[in-house]
Design a protein around this ligand. Structure first.
Ligand code: H2U
Ligand code: ZN
Length: 346
């Protein structure tokens, strides 16, 4: 992009959502007298007898966790979606429209260790998490009442995570969630217009340009997307077309684990803290069909902006007009690459 444009206030287009983000590079120097978050440094024990996710402990619903050794998946005791919801609808009322939604919600503990988040787990164990995602997705695909499986991780109290024991969730639903529906529509539009999957074209451009690259291995690439909204937002993208996680080979499971582990380790190095984020995989619906436009990808949305204690707020103009960011995607990628340089052995 022309260097003059990147130094001026400008807007950038997100082709996945069809929305714009306002970029104001000159604004990073403004003073901050607002809210400060607590700096989160991990002082957790390997086992916490009061944790409802640790092996052998009792959960809120009264069930006891097994002495699990790898990942442990269970049905959420407070599921937002239930499998036996009757099919009801208000019909086509223009102003008061509703229909029932059914589904299954699962919680997946990454490992028995209460203290080990993804960046500090062995690569093999992170691969075990990715393998569990593949197995869960495959099972949901075989379930005729499920249309989509949303895999996500909320990390850190600042992101609403209710328990520090490393875990993620999968919410599988009878309908397509709205963000996924939007990305599907835009990817289909791109395929019709260009004849190739959007994110496959995109990753090739990013590899050629290099300015937003954070990490790459044989199968995956990590970039700060050109249209990033959150300060250190990133995307993990495959190098070949992969529409959903059930297509991952064993080598891709390990390579995806490497991207996940390395990126989160880089994040922890940026401000020397346990870096919070919400992350999740977008992929084709968990039903057989033509998913040619889809390219699986994982979004990371970390809220921290300028230090371990100052986060970005999505309020005011962002809520009422359009999202806005101060530092450019290129500057954020540079910061992440220099944090990567501080990882021992990198
Ligand atoms: P977070 O990923 O936002 O921390 O959520 C943890 C989930 O764990 C949350 O959805 C579930 C909550 O319903 N949970 C159980 O299933 N059993 C429990 O004993 C407590 C929490
Ligand atoms: Zn625990």
């Amino acid at each position: 992009m022309s260097s003059r444009l990147s130094e001026q206030p400008h807007r950038r287009f997100n082709p996945l959502t069809g929305e714009w983000v306002l970029v104001s590079p000159h604004r990073t120097q403004r003073p901050w007298q607002g809210q400060q978050e607590e700096r989160v440094v991990n002082t957790r024990p390997a086992f916490d007898e009061s944790c409802y996710l640790c092996p052998g402990n009792e959960r809120a619903g009264g069930q006891k966790n097994p002495q699990y050794e790898g990942t442990f998946a269970f049905t959420n005791d407070f599921s937002a979606l239930l499998p036996d919801t009757p099919e009801l609808s208000t019909g086509d009322d223009m102003l008061f429209r509703a229909k029932s939604e059914s589904g299954i919600c699962k919680v997946i503990c990454f490992s028995p260790r209460h203290d080990l988040s993804v960046p500090y787990m062995d690569l093999e164990n992170v691969a075990g998490v990715v393998k569990t995602w593949k197995d869960e997705f495959t099972a949901f695909k075989a379930n005729p009442s499920i249309r989509y499986a949303q895999i996500f991780e909320n990390k850190g109290a600042i992101m609403g995570c209710s328990n520090p024991h490393p875990h993620c969730q999968i919410w599988a639903s009878s309908g397509l969630p709205t963000v996924v529906e939007t990305e599907q529509r835009e990817q289909k539009r791109y395929l019709v217009q260009n004849g190739t999957p959007m994110l496959l074209d995109y990753v090739e451009h990013e590899l050629r340009k290099g300015e937003r690259l954070v990490h790459e291995n044989d199968h995956f690439v990590v970039v700060v997307p050109y249209w990033a909204v959150w300060p250190f937002e990133t995307l993990i993208l495959p190098r070949r077309q992969i529409t959903a996680i059930d297509e991952f080979t064993d080598a891709e499971i390990t390579a995806f684990a490497d991207a996940y582990k390395t990126l989160t380790l880089i994040y922890d190095k940026v401000f020397d803290c346990e870096f919070p984020y919400t992350a999740g995989i977008h992929q084709a619906p968990a039903v057989e069909g033509n998913h040619d436009a889809w390219q699986l990808h994982m979004h990371f949305y970390p809220p921290l902006l300028r230090s371990a204690t100052v986060k970005k707020f999505m309020v005011g103009y962002e809520m009422l007009a359009m999202p806005q960011r101060d530092l450019t995607a290129e500057t954020a990628a540079e910061t992440l690459r220099s944090a990567k340089g501080r990882i021992a052995g990198a």
